[in-house]
Design a protein around this ligand. Sequence first.
Ligand SMILES: Cc1cc2nc3c(=O)[nH]c(=O)nc-3n(C[C@H](O)[C@H](O)[C@H](O)COP(=O)(O)OP(=O)(O)OC[C@H]3O[C@@H](n4cnc5c(N)ncnc54)[C@H](O)[C@@H]3O)c2cc1C
Length: 362
Amino acid sequence: MDILENVPLAPYTTFKIGGPSRWFCEASSLEEIKTALNFAQLRQLPVFVLGGGSNLLVSDRGFEGLVLKINLLGKEKIKQDESGVWLKVASGENWDQVVSWAVGRGWWGAENLSHIPGSCGAIAVQNVGAYGQEASRLVESVAVYDTSSQSLVEIENASCGFAYRRSIFNSSQKGRYIILYLTLRLSLLPAPILEYRDLKERFKGRLPGLEEVREAVIKIRNSKYPFPQAAKNGNAGSFFKNLSLNQTEYAELLSKVEAAFGAGQAVGLDKKKFADGEGRVKLPAAALIELCGLKDLKYGGAKINHAQPLVIVNETGLATASDVLHLAGEVVSVVRQKLGLNLNLEPILLGFTAEELKSVEI
Ligand SMILES: Cc1cc2nc3c(=O)[nH]c(=O)nc-3n(C[C@H](O)[C@H](O)[C@H](O)COP(=O)(O)OP(=O)(O)OC[C@H]3O[C@@H](n4cnc5c(N)ncnc54)[C@H](O)[C@@H]3O)c2cc1C
């Protein structure tokens, strides 16, 4: 395994933005991961674990440490009973290829997560979700290398701290574990998840087949923003997280919207809400961005995507990380000013100073 110096990171991200990493290597085995960690420890370097770079914004200066790209490969069925299968997938496998493999074999559960770019390891980090499904409902356990105890550990689903776009891997234990394998449980019994509006409308009460659901999800996604390979403009998917409000906060918001934008807008916003368990309301951040007139906002080479305003795109192909951060800061600030709500960012921000991050207040 080569450990390279000053490697540009932009090509390793779907945004196609960012400066170089001081050190960079790609590990295909646990031994190589340990070698890389020893290298970093000897030089007291911070380590950043990279998958497919699809949830990442790298600063224009780059990263003064070691980027360790995980290329562990392999996927197999390890167990089956009358209702389901258990799969062991390596963290470096491409997630959508695993979804396609599962759908092809008639295993239900992952199809709504079709065309989410990136690696398998990262689906547990971010607890990825789309169209009414979440990784946390598929992941039985996560096999990790614990950099603190320097040992292999199996973390069961209940200990992963899964919540909306959250797990222990991106919060309380951030940076501690390197994910090596996931054990996924999928169903042999037809179990389409059609609660999401677009899917419900498409199938109108009939039960679709597994391939049909995958195709429908891909079609809907492509109409909003395509998979990175096909995308004209670089991006990192949703740049802002949706909001979860309690009933009082939600009622206050509707009054505010009515006062600022008129009753019609409050009714329009209300139609876009989702139930979020325990009586809470989930509001698409895209609807708030649109309401505040920020759709199509630009800064430098970066732009809010018209069809899906949750996404910031590298419109010119030459956008800098500081363009993106500036644009995001403006969105955060206007939404706060007009609606009193704080939008949180979804991607991981690498190599920025605390000062640079002030505008988006993470
Ligand atoms: C067009 C597009 C559409 C998207 N749609 C969705 C969507 O519908 N739903 C959704 O939830 N997300 C979506 N995303 C975001 C992104 O695809 C997911 O977050 C994905 O899981 C990131 O995977 P990655 O391998 O690219 O991770 P990276 O961007 O490389 O890394 C993300 C984080 O995971 C950590 N990480 C990666 N691998 C490991 C590992 N092996 N061990 C420990 N930590 C690791 C990194 O350190 C980093 O903190 C989309 C992105 C794009 C570009």
